[in-house]
Ligand binder design. Structure first.
Ligand SMILES: Cc1cc2nc3c(=O)[nH]c(=O)nc-3n(C[C@H](O)[C@H](O)[C@H](O)COP(=O)(O)OP(=O)(O)OC[C@H]3O[C@@H](n4cnc5c(N)ncnc54)[C@H](O)[C@@H]3O)c2cc1C
Ligand SMILES: NC(=O)c1ccc[n+]([C@@H]2O[C@H](COP(=O)([O-])OP(=O)(O)OC[C@H]3O[C@@H](n4cnc5c(N)ncnc54)[C@H](O)[C@@H]3O)[C@@H](O)[C@H]2O)c1
Length: 475
């Protein structure tokens, strides 16, 4: 860590944002010190995306085995070996981990130090009792689960501790019906827990369109989850939760998933001249610069959407702005998101337009989407939103693997493609992507049926008719 010159970039936090930013900066020729207080890889690898998707994969196997009977395949009794499921979760983590180890990062030219970084001035930080000078720094300390102040809430599981379970809870109470609440409710219900989900908002997945929420609500109930929306837990007495409408829920374990708060405490941000907002998130401008012009921030510690792909992409953007002195801006209109329930809910940009909006929406429900019919998975839809110039400005897809479809639609938005560009692109048959393709075709047909287009076609047809008549006479 000894360095006569200040570090070109000090990266605080070795999760998705910190690792990608350090890799970008070092490739640009900067000297980079990355300080991580716990373990490199961050939440995504250890307690977030990787374990949750691995648990869901096991849970979806159970559901598919059960549903086999619908297509004539009868599977006998299904038993879940929860210890083996958790071994699969740990095995996925250890397979992915090697790319994020300190050794792998050092091999890339990054200096990695294990310890807590605390800013001591606008251009220095304390790391393990040593003062570190930096020309630029990047804050990437992530976020931690919020514990709501519910009287009697003790020993609650969170997304940080649920992975330590070695026994499947018989009765699981999940507080919060956002991405974590829905994904883990479905996973535990399918694995055999009796799950009750309490969501304070009027519907589960409140950030998604009402149609998407409705499907996920129904699917979760079909999986056996009891859902209370518009309710919160007012207090807990032992293993009994009392809801705001006085209903009671008996449970063995409670999992809290009501959002995640930025890790900005005890980071010396005042000394560094870095301001935080009312939610204690690091305030940033469109270039990801904080209120200290030599300090940048990316990932869950900022007010931007909390995803691994945003942490990585914006970490890289912030690092290149810091190291090269360029002014790349974040584009928040182009952030796709996926909730990995079965079916998946994937969306980007604008959702359902309001009545007076200048946007229009085309929705194809999957009850007649051939791939969905062949797989008996018709509960879903593809919905595209277009502006007045027919450019794609938003999409929501609910289907198996909807997350794969949303990448294409995000690229189409980024390139400013119109419905006819999408409609005119041959898509392989039969795929779930046909849903979005058919929505674009429907929009293009509507445009062709407009009075102006009809007039143009009628003129062209008339000219063609006359030309053919003349040609036939001359033959
Ligand atoms: C259950 C769950 C499922 C998720 N699923 C998905 C998903 O499917 N797709 C998706 O895109 N996102 C998902 N997310 C979100 C995703 O995990 C986060 O958005 C992402 O990990 C944020 O990365 P980060 O680098 O900002 O923070 P983190 O990964 O949290 O990294 C921050 C690091 O900083 C370290 N640190 C903190 N303070 C200090 C300090 N003072 N000094 C040094 N180091 C410090 C921490 O130890 C940590 O390693 C999920 C999250 C959860 C909880
Ligand atoms: N698939 C993914 O990409 C994925 C998966 C999991 C998590 N994440 C990220 O992690 C973040 C945090 O996830 P999360 O699910 O904890 O947060 P969230 O913000 O997505 O959802 C929290 C939910 O809890 C509800 N809520 C808040 N207080 C409540 C209370 N007292 N009682 C009952 N309900 C309450 C909210 O209305 C909201 O619906 C997400 O915003 C997302 O960015 C992403």
């Amino acid at each position: 860590m000894t360095q006569p010159q200040p570090w070109d970039l000090l990266v605080v936090g070795g999760g998705s944002a910190g690792i990608v930013s350090a890799k970008t900066a070092v490739k640009l020729g900067a000297s980079v010190l990355l300080v991580e207080s716990h373990r490199t890889g961050g939440d995504c690898l250890w307690t977030g995306c990787v374990p949750s998707k691995s648990l869901l994969a096991a849970a979806h196997h159970v559901a598919h085995a059960r549903r086999g009977a619908e297509v004539g395949v009868h599977v006998g009794d299904i038993t879940v070996d929860f210890a083996a499921v958790m071994a699969h979760v740990r095995s996925a983590i250890s397979t992915i981990e090697p790319i994020d180890t300190p050794e792998a990062l050092e091999a890339d030219g990054i200096t990695v130090v294990s310890g807590r970084a605390v800013f001591t001035s606008p251009h220095t930080a304390d790391v393990n009792g040593k003062s570190v000078r930096f020309r630029q720094a990047l804050i990437a300390t992530g976020a931690a689960p919020i514990l709501p102040p519910i009287p009697g809430l003790n020993n609650a599981l969170t997304s940080e501790t649920v992975w330590d379970l070695d026994e499947l809870p018989a009765r699981l109470l999940v507080i919060g019906g956002g991405s974590i609440g829905c994904e883990l409710s479905q996973a535990f219900a399918r694995l055999g827990s009796d799950v009750t989900l309490v969501e304070a908002g009027p519907r589960v997945l409140p950030a998604e369109s009402p149609a998407a929420s409705r499907i996920i609500n129904d699917v979760l109930e079909h999986d056996g989850v009891t859902i209370h929306t518009g309710q919160s837990v007012s207090h807990i007495e032992g293993t009994r939760a009392v809801l705001s409408n006085d209903d009671t829920v008996e449970f063995d374990q409670v999992l809290v998933a009501v959002g995640r708060a930025a890790r900005t405490d005890k980071l010396g941000l005042d000394a560094a001249g870095v301001r935080v907002n009312d939610h204690k998130q690091v305030m940033i401008d469109r270039h990801l610069r904080t209120t200290n012009p030599r300090i940048w921030a990316a990932g869950d510690v900022t007010p931007l959407p909390q995803f691994t792909h945003t942490a990585g992409t914006f970490g890289s953007l912030a690092a290149s702005n810091a190291v090269l002195g360029i002014r790349r801006k974040v584009n928040t209109a182009l952030i796709p998101r996926v909730t990995f329930t079965d079916p998946e809910v994937a969306s980007v940009g604008e959702s359902t337009p309001t009545v007076n909006s200048r946007l229009r929406e085309h929705t194809v429900t999957h009850d007649h989407l051939d791939r969905a019919v062949t797989e008996n998975s018709t509960r879903g839809f593809s919905s595209l939103v277009f502006d007045r110039k027919s450019r794609l400005v938003g999409a929501t897809v609910v289907s198996p693997r909807a997350g794969e479809t949303i990448g294409e639609l995000t690229l189409a938005m980024k390139l400013g493609l119109r419905s006819r560009d999408l409609a005119g692109t041959i898509h392989p048959y039969p795929t779930y992507n046909d849903g979005a393709w058919n929505a674009a075709i429907a929009d293009t047909r509507d445009q062709l049926a407009s009075p102006a287009a009809k007039r143009t076609f009628s003129v062209l047809t008339g000219i063609r008719r006359k030309w053919l008549k003349t040609k036939n006479k001359s033959v």
